[in-house]
Design a protein around this ligand. Sequence first.
Ligand SMILES: [Zn+2]
Length: 400
Amino acid sequence: MRSLLIILSFLASHLYGQEPCATMMRSNDLESRSESYHAGMEEMRNMASQFEAGVLNANLRGTDEMVIPVVVHVVYREDVNNISMEQINSQIEALNRDFSWSQSDKDKIPSVWRDLGKNSGLIFKLADKDPDGNFTNGVTRTKTNVENIGDTNAYYRTSRGGIDPWVQSHYINIWVCEIGNNTLGYTYLPSTSAEPNDGIVMAPRAFGMIGTATPPYDKGRTLVHEMGHYFGLRHLWGTEEGECTNTDYMNDTPWQNEANFGCPNFPTVSCPSEDDGDMFMNFMDYTRDTCALFFTTNQVEFMQLVLLTSKVTLTHSEAVTGLAEQGRAEFNVFPNPASNIVTINFTGVESNAYSLINALGQIESIGKLNQGLNQIDVHELKAGVYLLKTDNWHEHIVVQ
Ligand SMILES: [Zn+2]
């Protein structure tokens, strides 16, 4: 009996371990239960292998910017966790700082790796339109009675004390709620299947830079790490610790045997083949916020690839209208995806020059958008993702 108890407690600690990030545990668990998620993960692993082999890349130019709508669901049991709008804004600011390679502490990156940083072009904005088309501040608030709701599957179900997600093809859903077991946050690695729990779960003590955010997790970098997972990044040690040969699919991160915590000294070597040792100051390790400093070029390019393939609808979302910005012209593109003619309804007064750019960054056509309906013939273009842009606006168009 006693040995059974020991085994049970071992299993419990194994299932609900002390890792700050529960993404791998959650993703592995879902993959073992869901055929569709498993199949979609297989496709994504194939894509990652092609990326690693250098045969697949989004080939975005440094100037491409993509607005990603975010909705934050605050699910609180204690009032202290009904976090302020200022705290939420501080988290969005931290995300945009680190995804645009604007972090002021990048000089702490060892010089051997400092040149690897890169602007992703992703711009996270709280949605200003909800799924019903009404204006919103991009935040929902739900009082719950469920303790540690982030450890359950109730957080994404209104019927069980949480709140249903907004349509995941158009919003990144972030639930900020109690999580037990010292977990700071988690998400599910992307799959080509649509899953009801798609989104990110964050503990209030690791969310944002003020309010309930608590050192050493008060620089907003837990969500930067989880957003990396959301767009397909693995931990630096690959899917499992304990080997120097588990790939994270990136060619510009060194082999790494296990997680680093706190703030190690450079160099810290876990795999003898690596003279410079572990890249412990990368966002995809477990070091604390003041020591987690950057994504590499490969990591940025892989996230862009995932965004423009399995999550491309996020970039078409009309959930961030920017209508609050005075005098801004509106562009509506339809149909998208398209196979013959793309129509752009342009409400601006002055005409705008546009260019249509393919995935290699080459210009396919140029022209002018005038007030009213404009048409672009795309039937001779190869299937793929194209960028339609003017000086102050752009949209990705999928030709099929
Ligand atoms: Zn993680």
